[in-house]
Design a protein around this ligand. Structure first.
Ligand code: SF4
Length: 495
């Protein structure tokens, strides 16, 4: 049990606005804090790299180097840097008497005055609502610590920046003046702050209803704790808004308890009824009509991609999707042999030209290209066509031949209760093709594939590690297209 807490940082303030209980748990139940896994570490690493580049944008500043918990020393160092005439101060620190604590990324002196701009750096490509609460708290902390603050600025990555040679930081970032909105919001900070500090100083855990707040704007760290009694498949997977509230009021959580008379959409009815009665739904007419759209030979295609925040290659932009691997299962005729072609770029240069060449060489000129979630593959191909105009027509033709195998499952033409309200391949496959599973694969989802590949590209994996990662990537991507093959067989058998 911590002593009386008097200060909260901007990230705690944002956490508390999302859910006061989350803030209380943060302070009182350190045992529940999840470990920093590979994904979270990646987010931190990206944030640190973006922050470092932002200091190059405002070159020649003074850095406040005290650790995050040495607040008073950091406040003193900031005051010294101000008195010393610094033009920019990185990590400048201030605290209001009522407990708003801020460590601003860039503190910028306005000309030769004693007025300062606050510049908060984000690794996103736009201003989000919670950024505004963040910068408002920081404005409040500095103003109430006695500083004269002019502008509150959010500095984020500019999606229109196109790398050409070394990163040009002056074009990589976009600065958005959020002073007006911060000024509009600042009147509410004091009340929020008092309420949150009061909450965390309570000895008893506050209550909070679970719901959409647990996932927005961030997935809460305490979902495993608060949702521990919620079944894996529950009313939260099917309903939302007023219907969810109505069930909640009656303490109905388990799908088995949803009354038969409860008003549902057709889709919700299928998801409830299939589960309650262990029933498989088939719309044979729709399945037939979907299958009739297929033209042989069939090309089952899947990409793996990375989306680096800071562009790794020339002619790419922040977070641009870069495909580095594909798997292609090819079937000449119905029930015929299956040929497998795969591509994985193992060099450390831009994979796109090699991948595009291999793709158009292997995708033929006629027959359906079967994918799972067409908008994604289509968008990747459009990006490749833009980068390599010589292949544009062929890539457009591949897009025109695309058929989305997701549709029969997302539209519930075929629905198995074990799909549990989802049409994701990771849910549909075990429900309909239980002998083919991602379990046991070293890489078993797209995000892990992306992070593992980035490790190879950024030189943090040794050569033997790279070999292992490449092997795992091939196993994973091949399974994605084999899954498409097997799901199509399921659809054929269903009619
Ligand atoms: S899981 Fe939901 S209810 Fe629990 S602390 Fe987080 S946001 Fe609050």
């Amino acid at each position: 049990m911590p002593g009386r807490i008097k200060r909260i940082s901007k990230s705690q303030y944002i956490k508390g606005l999302q859910c006061p209980k989350a803030l209380w748990l943060f302070w009182h139940r350190k045992d529940l804090r999840p470990e920093v896994d590979e994904r979270k570490q990646h987010v931190f690493d990206v944030g640190n790299e973006v922050g470092r580049l932002a200091t190059e944008f405002f070159d020649g500043g003074v850095e406040i180097t005290e650790a995050y918990n040495q607040i008073d020393k950091a406040i003193d160092s900031t005051q010294k840097a101000v008195k010393g005439g610094a033009k920019y101060i990185y990590e400048a620190t201030a605290c209001s008497d009522d407990g708003a604590y801020s460590r601003i990324d860039i503190f910028e002196k306005v000309h030769e005055s004693d007025v300062w701009n606050l510049i908060e750096v984000k690794s996103s490509t736009s201003v989000k609502d919670y950024h505004l609460d963040d910068i408002t708290l920081q404005r409040y902390a500095f103003i109430h610590a006695g500083y004269h603050i002019h502008k509150s600025i959010l500095m984020h990555l500019d999606r229109t920046y196109v790398r050409s040679g070394p990163i040009y930081v002056k074009a990589l970032f976009k600065l958005e003046d959020c002073t007006e909105i911060a000024e509009m919001k600042i009147g509410k900070v004091q009340a929020h702050l008092n309420q949150l500090i009061t909450t965390i100083n309570e000895s008893r855990e506050p209550s909070a209803e679970i719901g959409s707040r647990c996932k927005t704007p961030f997935e809460c760290d305490y979902i495993n704790y608060c949702w521990q009694n919620i079944p894996e498949y529950s009313v939260y997977n099917i309903f939302f808004g007023k219907k969810l509230n109505a069930l909640h009021e009656k303490n109905i959580i388990d799908v088995l308890d949803v009354p038969d008379t409860f008003e549902t959409t057709d889709r919700q009815f299928i998801e409830v009824d299939a589960y309650k009665n262990k029933k498989i739904y088939k719309d044979i007419k729709e399945i037939k009509s979907f299958l009739n759209t297929l033209i042989y030979p069939l090309y089952f295609l899947d990409y793996e991609t990375i989306s680096p925040a800071i562009p790794l290659f020339d002619n790419t932009s922040p977070y641009q999707t870069i495909p580095f691997q594909f798997s292609l299962h090819i079937q000449e005729k119905k029930g015929g042999e299956m040929k497998h072609v795969e591509f994985l770029h193992t060099g450390d240069d831009d994979p796109r030209s090699y991948l595009t060449k291999a793709l158009v060489e292997n995708c033929g000129t006629k027959g359906s290209v079967v994918v799972y979630n067409q908008p994604f593959e289509e968008e990747v191909n459009r990006g490749l066509g833009y980068a390599f105009p010589e292949y544009k027509k062929k890539l457009e033709s591949i897009n025109e031949r695309m058929v989305d195998l997701l549709i029969p499952f997302s539209k519930r033409y075929l629905y198995h209760p074990e799909m549990k309200g989802s049409a994701s391949l990771k849910n549909v496959l075990p429900a309909l093709v239980p002998d083919l599973a991602y379990d046991g694969l070293a890489i078993d989802d797209g995000m892990t594939a992306s992070l593992q590949y980035l490790k190879c590209m950024q030189g943090t994996a040794s050569n033997p590690e790279k070999e292992t990662i490449f092997k795992h990537l091939k196993e994973y991507c091949a399974l994605d297209t084999l899954a498409e093959v097997r799901l199509l067989e399921v659809l054929h058998k269903a009619i």
